[in-house]
Ligand binder design. Structure first.
Ligand code: ZN
Length: 515
């Protein structure tokens, strides 16, 4: 065996160990969010911190550094998108970023996150942000330390944008939000004047049995192609999420609101969209840090958050909220809820699931107003990290921006600044990915539709294979090999382009609301 092969084998072994540690952390995280009694929180934070520190030490070890150096020539001799060259490139990026961050800092971040999570739950129960503020302050302080270590002391937000989205910078995101800011608020205002949202939505509001809702949600997840039998499972959690332990073991969670059918159903389709990407990662990417895992925030995630979110929002909105989908899905929904949907038509459901109206909660916001919720968080995070806003004043600033962008003010913090779990473990750059996801999803579907004539023809029969096959080829197969602009360029010929998303929203909502 050549020296080069020996080195490559050793490199693979080392990377597999790191990947295994992160998968194990994922199992602990999943258990923490779905099964663990509250009393387990402190010990669990310790378990996860220890594993994260070991994974960090392994990734930053001198051995990995040396292997990366000696494998440079091998990498250069291989096609750019080959598995080996990609693994060397991806691990080098993660290694270089991680060596900049001391293991101590990683450990303290993990501990702070472990303490913040129960404090957040307590603050939510008391509806009082100030109970959570000191814990969030700890996280912000550590993030500022991290930004300084990454060389972005003057503009910490830039550090976290590049950690989350690799080849996209703060300026790209500001340009994206500028485009959306120009188009969305006027469109939202026009739609709000067009008719009575309560009346449109009444079909999916009321009394919907919880167990049946869960079954219906999973029927939808299965319909778009998620394997929930051999390679996945579902559970309930406070905040819906998806996580992978390997492409053959993908978990999704949802929550149920008995008075609102859409909450559980669209969370299921959303998380199933993430799940398809994870299950779609080819077996050869196992243990390479290149599968489509979402759960390595301390590594900066090999895969882009925006690209991941494009996959969930694509199925949730472009498919799940289409008229074609409801032509197929209404009879299934009617089988679960015969009384509620006795006289409903697909068009009625299409209108009911596309009510656009300013609302308080991001995860329940409609497709049209959703990006405004993200713009608000993006601006607040930038303000805090760049020293323009104090953590203790976040609740007030939050409420002011809600009024400014959406015209409503939260009655208490639980439905305002305390609504997202994200800030219990991370602060800075965690939200723009959802907006990028919207923008990418429309661009991907526009290109897929152009590539494959008749791609949508089967939707009203429940056949989504055309779209799924295109995504498999252009997105899933690559796992985390490519950075977002790189991937979008390969798939669509353009990097970050808001055009298709704005066209899609205008066409859809102008027709729906007779504007
Ligand atoms: Zn998501």
């Amino acid at each position: 065996m050549s020296q080069r092969n020996v080195r490559m084998d050793r490199f693979r072994e080392r990377v597999a160990e790191i990947d295994d540690l992160h998968s194990t952390i994922s199992v602990l995280h999943w258990d923490q969010q779905t099964q663990m009694p509250r009393g387990g929180a402190v010990a669990r934070a310790d378990h996860m911190s220890t594993l994260r520190r070991i994974a960090h030490e392994k990734l930053t070890s001198a051995e990995i550094g040396e292997l990366l150096e000696t494998l440079g020539e091998h990498e250069a001799s291989l096609p750019y998108d080959s598995d080996d060259a990609s693994m060397i490139r991806v691990v080098r990026r993660l290694h270089e970023r991680a060596v900049d961050i001391p293991a101590d800092l990683v450990f303290h971040m993990s501990k702070a996150a472990g303490r913040a999570s129960p404090a957040w739950l307590e603050a939510r129960a008391a509806r009082d942000f100030l109970l959570f503020a000191p814990y969030l302050q700890d996280i912000v302080d550590l993030r500022l330390e991290q930004a300084a270590v990454l060389g972005h002391e003057d503009n910490p937000m830039e550090a976290f944008v590049s950690v989350k989205e690799s080849d996209l910078g703060l300026a790209d995101l500001e340009r994206m939000f500028d485009d959306l800011r120009e188009v969305l608020p006027p469109l939202v205002a026009q739609v709000a004047e067009a008719d009575d949202p309560e009346k449109r939505a009444s079909l999916i509001r009321g009394d919907f049995d919880a167990r049946k809702q869960l079954e219906l949600g999973m029927a939808a997840a299965r319909a778009i192609g998620l394997d929930l039998d051999e390679r996945g499972r579902y559970d309930l959690s406070v905040h819906p999420f998806s996580i992978t332990f390997s492409p053959d073991d993908v978990r999704i969670t949802t929550r149920i609101r008995p008075d609102d059918l859409g909450s559980c159903l669209f969370a299921c389709i959303h998380e199933a969209g993430h799940g398809l990407y994870m299950q779609g990662a080819p077996g050869c990417l196992r243990q390479t840090l290149m599968d489509a895992s979402t759960s390595r925030p301390e590594l900066g995630r090999a895969v882009s958050f925006g690209v991941h979110e494009s996959q969930s929002r694509l199925w949730e909105n472009i498919v799940g909220r289409s008229l074609d989908f409801w032509e197929y899905f209404l009879p299934i929904a009617r089988a679960f809820f015969p009384t509620q949907f006795a006289d409903a038509t697909p068009k009625d459901l299409y209108r009911a699931v596309n009510v656009a109206q300013p609302s308080l909660i991001r995860v329940e916001a409609d497709e049209l107003t959703y990006s405004l919720h993200l713009m608000l968080r993006f601006e607040l995070e930038s303000d805090v990290l760049n020293g323009r806003l104090k953590v203790e004043d976040l609740a007030e600033a939050w409420n002011a921006k809600m009024q400014q962008y959406l015209g409503i003010t939260p009655p208490h913090d639980t439905v305002g600044v305390l609504q997202d779990m994200h800030w219990t473990r991370d602060f800075g750059g965690g939200f723009q990915g959802y907006a990028l996801g919207n923008v990418f999803s429309a661009a991907l579907v526009a290109k897929a539709t152009k590539d494959e004539a008749g791609l949508r023809d089967g939707w009203n029969d429940g056949d989504f294979s055309g779209l799924r096959d295109w995504m498999q080829r252009e997105v899933y197969n690559h796992g985390a090999k490519f950075q977002p602009v790189e991937l979008m360029n390969r798939a669509t010929g353009k990097g970050l382009d808001t055009g298709p998303y704005i066209d899609y929203l205008r066409t859809k909502f102008e027709a729906l609301y007779d504007l």
